[in-house]
Design a protein around this ligand. Structure first.
Ligand code: SF4
Length: 475
């Protein structure tokens, strides 16, 4: 008999019972809440006279609707103010810890969970946001859920779920300088497709993944959902434990050492069987840019946009639609595409190491005169750490706006948005039509370093050509 995957182990440990419909009632170890998908769920509890089942396992923050320029209350947008006030009231009524704007710990929900040590290996984690898969970087099974499921988890601390298959994605070899975790995940989604992961959990493995920092692993797991996978995870290891040691909600002292033993035991066994395996060579991955309207429509920065006529019939209509929306020509090089906006932020790429890499590119350079550029740290803690290093001054001197923490232009449920047909070089995770606030706005996804390079050049440019600023040493 073969060993077990991490997914099977975590699933089995959290299974409460089999439901008559064949699903499993799964216990939820950590429930993260934000202001957008929770008000209706709390209302339904109130209507039924129910309490939150496990407030000690429930943590909240405000992120989607917070303005990033002026964060004083009341917010100028009455709807944003309402949402923030409702979350405060709901947390107060149910005894839930809320990391609000005054806490010094506020930030994007998928940034602060790990940062506070709430996210730990072997957990089941839910949140009413698709990119909950981020937390899988720690060897957790983390699902994005809808509002009715938020209600279910608040009320019962469990969820009815169907198991999925597990695909191991092996990335091996060294990434070249100027190639980042964002390029790895865009390449994976580019090859396997945005629906390729439907019905799967993605286990990321191989020496390339093992060498990545926790920030980089989070970038990869964050976008699992963009490849159709229900969850994505990396097996916990020394890198994971080193990150967690000393964090506010991580076990301390002897309990930490005991936890490390248990966390290690949750990793996939060496002889675990997988439903599928795909192998990627790191050396073949270039800085990658999306050119279309889903994250699978990407190309290496030295590549050209596809020719719909040359594509299989099932794909050609989608390619034509994307080219038409974007206003691009089949076969044109992606490098040289003029941009209007540069956005460094989101739960994919707003962590300290992302800002450090971008700052290395812009240091001593200036944003092109026609480009509006902003940096939005993922959390107040990241903003403070970056400011201690003087990164904000590097960005500001280069012509970037330095903003307060929040989701900002990733989803534009706040004043940060594209106007008209603007093209945005963005370190976020989705390039769907209208995602960044303008129905006709256009998004090019790329790494923070590539966004920084595009901001300076005023167009998509290969960050590897900015050799003096790209950090030396391949990983
Ligand atoms: S940054 Fe974007 S993807 Fe992440 S939680 Fe906010 S809106 Fe969702």
């Amino acid at each position: 008999m073969s060993g077990k995957t991490l997914f099977e182990k975590v699933w089995n440990q959290h299974a409460v019972r089999q439901l008559p419909n064949g699903q499993t009632q799964l216990y939820v170890g950590l429930h993260l809440v934000h202001e957008v998908t929770s008000p209706q769920a709390f209302d339904e509890l109130r209507l039924r006279g129910w309490r939150v089942r496990a407030p000690e396992r429930t943590f909240a923050t405000v992120d989607h609707i917070v303005p990033t320029r002026r964060q004083l209350r009341p917010f100028a947008d009455p709807m944003a103010e309402d949402m923030a006030s409702l979350l405060e009231r709901n947390c107060r009524e149910h005894g839930i810890t809320l990391f609000d704007l005054h806490s010094g710990l506020q930030g994007i929900v998928h940034v602060i969970g790990p940062e506070l040590g709430l996210t730990q290996p072997g957990m089941t984690i839910t949140c009413g946001d698709s990119h909950t898969s981020t937390h899988g970087a720690f060897g957790a099974i983390a699902f994005g859920i809808g509002t009715s499921q938020v209600r279910d988890v608040l009320a019962s601390q469990s969820l009815a779920m169907s198991p999925v298959k597990v695909r191991r994605i092996v990335v091996r070899g060294r990434l070249a300088p100027g190639v980042y975790a964002k390029d790895v995940i865009l390449s994976i989604i580019g090859r396997l497709g945005v629906k390729g992961g439907v019905g799967y959990a993605y286990e990321y493995a191989g020496d390339t993944i093992e060498r990545l920092s926790m920030d980089e692993r989070m970038t990869i797991c964050n976008m699992s959902i963009e490849g159709g996978a229900r969850v994505g995870y990396v097996n916990p290891d020394r890198t994971t434990f080193d990150y967690l040691r000393g964090r506010r909600y991580a076990p301390a002292g002897d309990a930490f050492d005991r936890a490390c033993g248990w966390w290690t035991s949750m990793a996939s066994d060496a002889d675990a069987a997988f439903d599928d395996e795909q192998v990627f060579e790191a050396a073949a991955i270039a800085p990658t840019v999306t050119w279309g309207i889903n994250p699978g429509q990407s190309v290496g920065v030295d590549g050209r946009l596809p020719e719909p006529a040359a594509a299989p019939p099932a794909e050609s209509a989608g390619l034509s639609e994307a080219l038409e929306f974007m206003g691009f020509r089949a076969g044109q090089p992606v490098a040289g595409t003029r941009i209007d906006v540069a956005f460094i932020g989101s739960c994919t790429n707003s962590r300290l190491s992302d800002l450090q890499e971008a700052a290395r590119i812009v240091n001593g350079r200036h944003v092109a005169s026609h480009v509006r550029a902003l940096v939005v740290p993922g959390s107040q803690a990241i903003a403070a750490a970056a400011e201690r290093e003087g990164l904000h001054e590097i960005f500001q001197e280069a012509g970037f706006e330095w903003r307060g923490a929040g989701c900002s232009m990733c989803l534009a449920m706040n004043p940060d948005r594209l106007e008209g047909r603007e093209i945005c070089a963005s370190s976020s995770n989705r390039n769907f039509k209208g995602r960044q606030g303008s129905p006709t706005g256009r998004t090019l996804l790329m790494s923070p370093a590539m966004v920084a390079a595009a901001a300076v050049a005023g167009e998509v440019v290969d960050v590897r050509t900015m050799t003096s600023s790209v950090p030396a040493g391949a990983r």
